[in-house]
Write a protein that binds this ligand. Structure first.
Ligand code: ATP
Length: 455
């Protein structure tokens, strides 16, 4: 993981947030190559869940919502993690996660007192991850919602407006709007990629647990109790998607939740085998029953039941949800693509990203940057390829070996080099194309380049 974090920084994928001020826990900024990979992942996800489906609709809901939304969803009362503070170094630990590390499962429904009892029973085995001390203060439930004073001019934050604890609430708020303004008929889905914020007690593991996150969610609205088969299909489709996008199947597994939140009928995680810390939750797949629309009907006073023209029945739809953090997805793809091999006796690092996800599709280089005839021809090729592929890089920095190594680390599938053979003789108007994964070089006619590279 350290190698991956270091490459992410060195090659302009991910920078620590507010770095010039010393960095801020749980915050990261995506650099020029990172934002490309992130956008490519979002586009691939959107294509599968919106464009490739005729029963799905897209949405982008506002971050700020009526504060009652978070009462209805249960977040103001129940969106809490148990916290304890080390008496020696003041490090705050998340009690359930520390218990998990020693093989003890804390039930999500446990009260503060029950958690304290479980914590005390295992006190000998728990130590502060920072200073190693075993002396902690009391277990307290800590609400993760982030409060803001949006629209509050008292100066006292008397009535806070919350940042979303989960992005999916925007979908429930617009269920009726989508039904009323599109041809949507149950069963149908709404897809959204939206921001969420959580006052995580201990942000950790790079992009895995951050305080600001983006969630790619699908909510599939179905008839009451018609959930079982569709739920199985959704689970399988999401697993297949990761594999189709290039994740090694052996790094993925499905795991069922042992303790369900009170309203859920079933819940599974897709886990990814993260380097250094192993299998952990990548995406949640939840059978949320009719809880969300029932709650919002109750709290808003707006009837969110649905009249089904096929069955002539009126009911509150059930919801099957998939939810994945884009940062966790980014980390999984970056980790899976990170490859070390040996070329001519030297260690090489490259990102084995598919063309669709690679931040740069092709890099174009003149062999020597001080030969105007090479540079002019290379510019022509660069302009042509840029029109075709968009994300094309001009790279004339350092010698060719250095350029290949740089592009390998960015994950650029092809490097095109314009040399003296491009300008004259039998090889006139041909260029060298170097393949990232095999390092093989072939000569291709310039006019055939777009077709060859696309294939
Ligand atoms: P965890 O148990 O790891 O805190 P969760 O069960 O609370 O996660 P959900 O509320 O189901 O997570 O959120 C759905 C998805 O959002 C998760 O599978 C994960 O990909 C992502 N996610 C949740 N919290 C974070 C976070 N703090 N940082 C990055 N991604 C997150």
């Amino acid at each position: 993981m350290d190698d991956i974090i270091s490459l992410a920084k060195r090659r302009g994928f991910v920078y620590p947030g507010s770095e010039i001020y010393g960095g801020q826990a749980g915050m990261y900024d995506y650099g020029p190559y990172g934002v490309e990979l992130l956008n490519n992942l979002k586009a691939a996800w959107w294509k599968t869940h919106v464009y490739d489906r005729d029963d799905f609709y897209g949405l982008d809901s506002a971050i700020f919502k009526d504060p009652r939304v978070w009462d209805a969803s249960g977040h103001t009362s129940g969106f809490s993690d148990p916290l304890a503070e080390c008496k020696k170094c003041n490090m705050r630990i998340r009690v359930d996660k520390e218990l998990e590390k020693i093989g003890v499962t804390a039930d999500e429904k446990m009260s503060e007192a029950d958690l304290q009892r479980l914590f005390d029973e295992n006190k000998d085995k728990l130590q502060c991850p920072k200073c190693g001390e075993k002396d902690f203060g009391p277990v307290r439930m800590f609400n993760l919602l982030v409060k803001t004073n949006m629209g509050d001019f008292t100066g006292e934050m008397a009535e806070p407006v919350y940042l979303p604890g989960e992005a999916c609430q925007g979908i429930y708020l617009n269920f009726k709007n989508v039904v009323d303004t599109t041809p949507a008929k149950i069963p149908f889905g709404i897809a959204q990629i939206g921001k969420a914020f959580r006052n995580e007690i201990s942000p950790r593991n790079f992009l895995f647990r951050t305080r600001e996150l983006e969630q790619a969610d699908t909510q599939y609205f179905i008839r009451p109790n018609e959930n079982k088969d569709e739920y199985e299909r959704i689970k399988q489709r999401r697993m297949d998607w990761y594999v189709a996008m290039g994740i090694r199947p052996e790094n993925l597994r499905l795991k069922q939740h042992e303790n369900l939140v009170f309203y859920a009928a079933d819940a599974w995680d897709i886990e990814y085998n993260f380097p250094s810390y192993g299998f952990d939750e990548l995406e949640g797949i939840h059978d949320r029953t009719d809880y969300d629309l029932t709650q919002h009907t109750k709290f808003s006073g707006t009837d969110l039941s649905y009249f089904d023209p096929q069955t002539n029945e009126k009911y509150i739809p059930w919801i099957l949800e998939t939810s994945v953090g884009m940062g966790r997805m980014f980390l999984a793809f970056l980790s899976d693509a990170y490859t070390e091999d040996e070329v001519n006796g030297e260690k090489r690092v490259y990102l084995r990203l598919p063309m669709e996800l690679a931040p740069v599709k092709v890099a174009v280089s003149p062999l020597l940057k001080n030969k105007p005839e090479l540079v002019a021809k290379a510019r022509e090729v660069y302009t042509m390829l840029k029109k075709e592929f968009g994300a094309v890089a001009w790279d004339d920095n350092g010698n060719i070996g250095k350029r290949y190594r740089r592009q390998d680390e960015i994950g650029t599938p092809y490097c095109v080099v314009i040399d003296f053979d491009t300008l004259e003789g039998d090889t006139k108007d041909t260029v060298t194309v170097r393949n990232r994964d095999t390092t093989e070089q072939t000569r291709v006619r310039i006019e055939e380049l777009p077709g060859v590279l696309a294939r």
